[in-house]
Design a protein around this ligand. Structure first.
Ligand SMILES: Nc1ncnc2c1ncn2[C@@H]1O[C@H](COP(=O)(O)OP(=O)(O)OP(=O)(O)O)[C@@H](O)[C@H]1O
Length: 253
């Protein structure tokens, strides 16, 4: 089991409340989408989960353990960031970058085991393992994002937090990365908090959804139910930007 619970979380920056009493549950083996316009508090909430930000009130718990008090448990929550160009050290062979993720596991890895695991991880994200010695500059944006996913998976996370991971990519590549995530979800039974300002993207990967506005939850529930019958005008507004059924997803919005 790996359930991530945000329990009445509030985060303030000086007099500004970025996250205001937010509660949500990322159920084990499911993807929870977090959607809302720019500045609604999505990234701040994600940063609290991985310990980059502190909650002023409330707790984030992984399987009952308060992550605010347990740095070790926080390593079980791994974040994938928006910009795959900034996320990989340009001087390092990509295999070495992926291997960095193994440091977050509690095991000691022999050189041979490490190399084998890196090959497996590259294979999992459909990057030719023979390219492990190449630098990031030789890879496209979409390939780099797949490399950062491999590095996050190397850490054997209980929960993955994906923050706008497709928004820096060309629209043609976004679908490839989203499809990979769906494939990994099915294969590895991933538990994931998936953040995007784009409801079409969230709908594509999420079992449950929380809609944030101005740091507050305005709507929450099973994705299908929420999108079929949104109770809040703001969600209806976000939905209007999604193309009707039968037309391709507008992943660029
Ligand atoms: N370190 C900080 N210091 C002060 N204010 C901050 C800080 N980080 C975020 N904020 C503010 O908190 C609010 C929420 O920001 P946050 O980045 O969480 O929103 P977001 O929904 O992720 O937006 P975006 O989609 O643009 O990333 C914004 O008003 C932002 O300006």
């Amino acid at each position: 089991m790996s359930e991530l619970v945000f329990d009445h979380v509030t985060v303030r920056f000086r007099h500004h409340t970025a996250v205001d009493d937010v509660s949500l549950v990322v159920r084990s083996g499911t993807t929870h989408g977090l959607v809302g316009e720019s500045g609604s508090g999505k990234s701040t909430l994600a940063r609290v989960a991985v310990g980059l930000e502190r909650a002023d009130l409330g707790t984030v718990r992984l399987d009952g353990v308060d992550l605010g008090r347990a740095a070790r448990a926080r390593r079980k929550v791994q974040m994938i960031f928006q910009d795959p160009f900034a996320a990989l050290d340009p001087r390092m062979p990509v295999g070495a970058s992926v291997a960095e993720g193994l440091l977050a596991t509690d095991r000691k890895w022999s050189r041979a085991d490490r190399a084998t695991r890196v090959r497996e991880l590259l294979d999992l994200v459909h990057i030719d393992p023979a390219r492990a010695s190449e630098r990031p500059a030789r890879f496209s944006g979409g390939q780099r994002q797949r490399l950062t996913i491999a590095r996050a998976l190397a850490a054997e996370p209980a929960v993955l937090v994906a923050d706008e991971i497709t928004s820096a990519l060309d629209v043609s590549v976004q679908g490839v990365v989203l499809n990979l995530l769906r494939e990994l979800q099915a294969e590895l039974d991933l538990t994931m908090l998936f953040i995007s300002h784009n409801l079409a993207v969230v709908r594509y990967v999420s079992d449950d959804v929380t809609v944030l506005r101005g740091g507050r939850v305005v709507e929450q529930g099973a994705t299908d139910a929420v999108l079929a019958d949104p109770a809040d005008p703001y969600t209806r507004e976000l939905l209007r930007s999604i193309p009707v059924l039968g037309r391709p997803l507008d992943l660029e919005a």
